[in-house]
Design a protein. Structure first.
Length: 677
């Protein structure tokens, strides 16, 4: 079956400008409904999932519930909170509003009414490659108090959450607090580095790493849900510290005596944030969605490196200001839907480097976008969506060259509804977006033989992506998805190395073109009411054409299953060995097989789970990177990737009436322009 269906082509890309929508989902009544499984329905351009009682009971949060639904082609990483669909990250929503992993970790499955998997996004989701929206139940009175504790055995890490929410009519008030920490050591690695100087030099290292970090945050939220108005406001404060991040060991250079080396860094960030989003519904066919977000961050960074007689110290303090806004208008006609949207993203960084690099930087970045999209049914089963837009991207760095580029954006989608499935073809033309760690003028010594330097002189870049997507149900148990995709990136930003006397300078260039072709075939089976199985096979070919030319291939597979019995469940999962290639760093990663077993117990308001990861395997990751002037080969054993057990407990106290759990929408990213070392 796989071989016959793998010829179905699907072309696509993961690259796009950082555009998100800020609004609440408006449900539309669609004429044609296709049943995919006992709890799945095809609703024209998305799949509606209604989890059953067993799937809800044996899930501790929204991520686990999504995993228990076994949607083919959808992969969930519980450690990072990243949800992947069609080979790219899916955008996550709660009641139509963008949310972060913390939202979904705290959301109780019993309060999720349904899940919308927008595999063919339209309307306000049209900016996304794929979107997953968790629709949460609404209540008029009552409240809850929720306590959660999570502790890892094998390495020292803990997460502790406490939240409370009260409903009064159409108003909801929520307070959320959380504290977490990590204290990890025993990360071991060996590496070989080759430096092309006038006299070539090779450095061998045996090293060990350890780090400590912690964060605390609090959020106040107010929501109003009226007949025509929906309003959501959030005030958040995040404090994060990484007081110690240390790497140490022995270094041997071209047969000389071994020398000790050590690298010690510390970071801290304090950031308040205010968010406002909502929807105004003129009629059932006309809506206006809006959002505005304000952020300030105070970041501090310090690094000291010692290797023999070489000592380097660099520090940075930074103020970050950010403002984002979006407005989306949707209107429905008898034969189609029109969507108009405008977005603006503005960031300012004031950075002051000390010691090793005396430099003050003032950098601002702005991006304005406008789109017009129209969806129309050509026949009863054939739909065409056309989307035209323009992107104005600007960078301004004091004392350096500025960048200003205007790029048209185009997206064409053609969808055909099958009897029990759907077929979609999409083609996209967009532009890339640079990170602030790239577009800057700072140069910092990494170690004795290498420095890292920003590049404020980047050229305009363009991306073309196309894909073909297929999903189909066979009988009442089997559901298949197949996707083939192709990405082409012109003037892609990659690392660039050159020799400068007795040092290698790592900087950035965007002279390269990249090509990526991949195929994913996913299959899920609902064996019975108590048992489900799912998995996928993935192939990718990577081609980098620039100052360095590289071809790489990757083939891997994933499989997971779940069995539910009364208050207990058992869920094995396995990811086979795989290779990935990072175009930006030109690095190939080889990862060994990974497997885990999850055991859960659920009774009324108490939930407990234990996740055992790779108990019989010391997983070692291999990385390799080769250029004309510098190459590196490294083997890493990371204690957070094998032989650990994660224990989780949660208890909810409901008062007045069972109410939905509302969680913090807190982004812990410090939004820093620090050079990534």
């Amino acid at each position: 079956m796989f071989l016959s269906l793998s010829t179905v082509l699907f072309l696509s890309t993961t690259g796009k400008a950082q555009v998100t929508t800020d609004s609440i989902k408006k449900e539309l009544e669609l004429e044609e409904v296709v049943v995919l499984a006992p709890n799945m329905e095809r609703m024209n351009n998305y799949i509606l999932i209604r989890p059953d009682s067993k799937q809800r009971k044996h899930s501790n949060n929204a991520y686990e519930l999504l995993m228990n639904c076994y949607i083919p082609g959808v992969k969930i990483d519980m450690q990072t909170g990243i949800v992947e669909a069609m080979g790219a990250s899916a955008t996550l929503y709660m009641n139509g509003q963008p949310c972060d992993p913390r939202d979904l970790v705290m959301l109780r499955p019993r309060d999720i009414e349904k899940i919308e998997y927008h595999d063919i996004p339209s309307g306000k989701y049209i900016n996304d490659r794929t979107a997953i929206n968790f629709v949460v139940k609404s209540y008029r009175y009552g409240g809850y108090v929720l306590a959660k504790a999570q502790q890892t055995i094998g390495y020292n890490q803990g997460v502790y959450d406490l939240s409370s929410s009260v409903n009064q009519g159409r108003n909801t008030f929520t307070v959320f607090t959380c504290a977490d920490y990590s204290n990890v050591n025993g990360i071991k690695s060996t590496s070989e580095e080759n430096f092309t100087f006038d006299v070539p030099l090779t450095r061998f290292r045996n090293q060990e790493s350890e780090y400590k970090k912690n964060s605390q945050y609090v959020q106040l939220r107010y929501q109003f849900s009226g007949k025509k108005n929906y309003l959501n406001t959030k005030l958040s404060l995040v404090n994060s510290e990484n007081p110690s991040n240390r790497t140490f060991g022995m270094s041997e250079v071209s047969g000389t005596m071994q020398e000790k080396f050590s690298s010690t860094t510390s970071q801290s960030a304090l950031s308040p944030k205010f968010d406002l989003s909502g929807e105004y519904r003129f009629t059932n066919a006309k809506t206006l969605n809006y959002g505005a977000h304000f952020y300030y961050g105070r970041n501090k960074y310090d690094r000291r490196y010692e290797e023999g007689s070489f000592v380097n110290h660099v520090g940075e303090t930074e103020d970050v200001y950010s403002f984002n806004a979006a407005c989306i208008y949707n209107t429905m006609f008898a034969k189609g839907t029109l969507t108009a949207s405008v977005h603006h993203y503005h960031n300012i960084w004031d950075s002051h480097y000390t010691d090793g690099t005396e430099l003050n930087q003032h950098l601002w970045k702005g991006e304005s976008l406008a789109f017009l999209a129209y969806n129309r049914g050509i026949t009863k089963k054939l739909y065409l969506t056309s989307r035209l837009g323009i992107d104005w991207l600007q960078y301004h760095l004091d004392g350096k060259n500025n960048l200003s580029q205007v790029t048209p954006r185009l997206n064409i989608q053609l969808q055909y509804q099958l009897q029990r499935g759907s077929l979609l073809y999409s083609a996209n033309y967009v532009n890339s977006n640079y990170g602030t760690e790239v577009f800057n003028g700072a140069e910092i010594a990494i170690d004795r033989y290498m420095s890292i330097k920003g590049n404020p002189n980047l050229k305009k870049s363009n991306d073309f992506m196309t894909y073909l997507y297929y999903m189909q149900q066979f009988g009442k148990r089997w559901t298949l998805s197949a996707v083939s995709q192709y990405n082409f990136n012109h003037n892609y930003v990659t690392n660039d190395y050159y020799s400068d006397g007795d040092r290698i300078v790592k900087t950035f260039s965007n002279d390269a073109n990249t090509h990526r072709f991949s195929e994913i075939i996913g299959l899920s089976c609902r064996v019975s009411g108590n048992t489900s199985v799912g998995g996928d096979i993935r192939y990718a070919h990577f081609w980098l054409d620039g100052r360095e030319n590289t071809h790489k291939n990757s083939l891997t597979a994933n499989i997971n299953a779940g069995y539910y019995w009364r208050e207990f469940s058992i869920k094995p999962a396995m990811c086979f060995a795989q290779r990935t290639f990072d175009f930006s760093t030109m690095t190939e990663h080889k990862m060994p097989i990974n497997y885990s077993l999850t055991l859960t117990y659920s009774h009324k308001n108490l939930y407990a789970s234990a996740i055992v990861a790779s108990p019989f395997n010391h997983r070692k990751t291999e990385t390799s990177m080769e250029t004309k002037v510098y190459s590196q080969f490294c083997d890493v054993q990371n204690r957070t990737q094998y032989q650990y057990c994660n224990l989780s407990f949660s208890y909810t106290f409901d008062f007045g009436r069972k109410t939905k759990v509302i969680d913090a929408d807190i982004n812990k990213d410090s939004n820093s322009s620090l050079l990534k070392i």
